[in-house]
Design a protein around this ligand. Structure first.
Ligand code: PBG
Length: 331
């Protein structure tokens, strides 16, 4: 029915009718907090490119985990920031059962069994070259040899109590290898969150500062394994393979610049689809807010709602705790 029978502004006139017709609403239960753990006691290290986010020692991490539970955030994605002294060419510290990451998981699961704990499966925090995999003499990242290392990490993390293992490396075939190893070891309920469509993005810069891989990576890049920004069909092929190999959830990353990919993935597969609002997205919003150029609460909630509207079932975000607080204040 054309105008004037149809006046779309009628429903926008009042808050009550806007609320009734709203299709997408953001909830704390849509959010996953991201945290960086370091060795030591009572330590909090600021990350210059991510104001408001700190690397924290385990005792402080427990406070953060408690805050997530209190805020109704279902899960925490953990990343290690190990000291340079444990980094090696092959990243073997990654599967040390007594390593920082595994100790952190045991402590968190003992204290907060109800909080879903997501472990990152990739070698970059542990390698002297800052790449996610093992390299050959020319610096090329080896696929199949890296998978063997990722399987060891997976088992170490599952043994330590991580509920979800999340390969963020983009090697071919790693999900299948991880799934098979988990089944064989009896970890049949350990879930796999596959970073399926992970782009070679420059929005990861602040994260590399946070885990301390930036200096090691130097002028290196990840274009031989992460996806090219111009591609979209390839993302569907990646997701299809990861689901076939046994992924329980798939992920698109970064978030806001890649929402077209999120929508295609959700429409095509209807699988649990997660989005990572990455460190550079956080840094942009934070910097503009700190300059007084944008209203932080409003633009963060708008960005997260847009990600959910595009098809995300859950969002990994450094803003999870803030957003959960703002959402509760609002209602
Ligand atoms: C590496 C990894 C990266 C992120 C998560 N895992 C960076 C990279 O690929 O270099 C990025 C997260 C963010 O930017 O917030 N395995």
């Amino acid at each position: 029915m054309p105008y004037p029978a149809t006046r779309l502004r009628r429903m926008r006139r009042d808050a009550f009718s806007r609320a009734l017709m709203r299709e997408t609403t953001l909830l704390p239960s849509d959010l996953i907090m991201v945290a960086f753990v370091i060795e030591g006691d009572n330590r909090r290290e600021p990350i210059a490119s991510m104001p408001g986010i700190e690397r924290v020692s385990l005792d402080q991490l427990e406070l953060l985990a408690g805050a997530c539970v209190a805020a109704g955030i279902p899960a925490l994605a953990l990343f290690p920031s190990p000291p340079a002294s444990v980094k090696t060419e092959d990243g073997r510290e990654a599967w040390n059962p007594e390593g920082l990451f595994q100790r952190a998981a045991r402590a968190l699961k003992a204290k907060f069994p109800e909080l879903g704990l997501i472990g990152d499966v990739a070698l970059d925090p542990y390698t002297t070259h800052g790449q996610d995999g093992l390299i050959d003499a020319s610096g090329y990242i080896l696929n199949d040899a890296t998978i063997e290392a990722l399987v060891k990490m997976t088992l170490a993390q599952a043994d330590a109590g991580f509920d979800i293992v999340a390969p963020s490396d983009m090697m071919d075939g790693r999900v299948g290898a991880m799934r098979a190893a988990l089944e064989k070891a009896g970890h049949v309920n350990t879930r796999i969150l596959a970073y399926s469509a992970k782009y070679a993005s420059s929005f990861y810069g602040p994260f590399r500062d946070a885990v301390g891989s930036a200096g090691h990576l130097g002028k290196g890049n990840k274009h031989s394994y992460q996806m090219d920004m111009g591609n979209s069909d390839e993302a569907l092929r990646e997701v299809e393979l990861d689901l076939a190999e046994g992924a329980d959830m798939v992920m698109v990353k970064p978030g806001l610049p890649y929402l077209d990919i999120v929508r295609r993935v959700k429409d095509r597969f209807g699988a649990p689809t997660f989005v990572y609002q990455v460190s550079g997205e956080y840094a942009m919003l934070k910097a503009a807010a700190q300059n007084g150029w944008l209203d932080e609460k409003a633009v963060v909630l708008e960005s997260l709602t847009a990600i959910k509207r595009a098809g995300a079932d859950a969002i990994l975000t450094y803003y999870a705790l803030d957003a959960a607080r703002w959402l509760t204040e609002r209602s």
